[in-house]
Design a protein around this ligand. Sequence first.
Ligand code: AOF
Ligand code: ZN
Length: 319
Amino acid sequence: MFRCIQLASNGQQNAQPNPMVGAVIVAPDGRIIGEGYHIRHGEGHAEVNACASVRPEDEHLLADSTIYVSLEPCSHYGKTPPCADLLVSKHFKRCVVGCQDPFAKVQGRGIQKLRDAGIEVTVGVLEAECMALNKRFMTYHALHRPFVTLKWAQSADGYIDGHISTPFTQMICHKRRAEHQAILVGRTTYDTDSPGLNTREWYGPDPRRYVVSNDPDFHPDPSAGFERLVGTIPTMLQKLHEDGIQTLLVEGGAKLHQSFIDSGLWDECYVEIGDAAIHGSVQAPVMKNARLAERRTYMGRVIEKYVNTLYPFALNAIA
Ligand code: AOF
Ligand code: ZN
């Protein structure tokens, strides 16, 4: 199963919005005779690629072989036919599943299909790790909200109103933007910083841009691609879920970040710490239910990563 996770991780860039999935086929003598992973959304699933990798001289071993998969084999016709049907047609003896697929069209039906066909199925091997691998996909489908990443920069004396980032950490920030489907700022940040919120310092797509405001007369510039969001944090997240947003990056300001922290509805948080005191006027948000997961230095500048201890997926995360 570790090998499945390792293989799956190769899909980091191109599998989304699908999950990263890896599969390994083990013959009765313990030899690995096939491996595969989900390379790109819309294309073959991990099981299909693993079966295709088996050499012709090993094909006859499949009926006595075990297939390990980091995610439950699918049972639905999506862009590809059900993987469960493929495993049944190959007459696998046994299937070891890392974790169940929370996607509404699957949710245990793949496992059931295999069992109904007489395949021995074991579920939940390295379950936490397999779920953490797909923390974004899991959050979206199991918790019905986007995976929420908070991000801010604060001075050495804890203020966020000032120019704190360096060109290098700005590049890191733009890399994060490229990795998120949507970005959200508060009204004050929109008005005072008039941020572009696009991906300029890194190669990658621009996220969809949202501004929070309950003022009905506020119309963010649609030509710059901004949309307005209204309501409480749970209502906003519900709307984003409906819009198909799996990953949300919140870039401020302090009030909006604090609302997310107070609601408990966030997953990861990156805090850049500046070198100097600026004696500013806007204090950095106050963390709650947070665990410091990582402290890294980027060309002399520290970025701390916190995870929300209320949610399990990010806690065990590998990526
Ligand atoms: C698997 N193996 O490798 C993956 C699975 O649109 P489709 O047909 O690609 O289906 C996408 C859904 O299939 C996705 O939401 C998830 O539930 C499952 N992904 N399943 O058996 C795989 N990537
Ligand atoms: Zn599948």
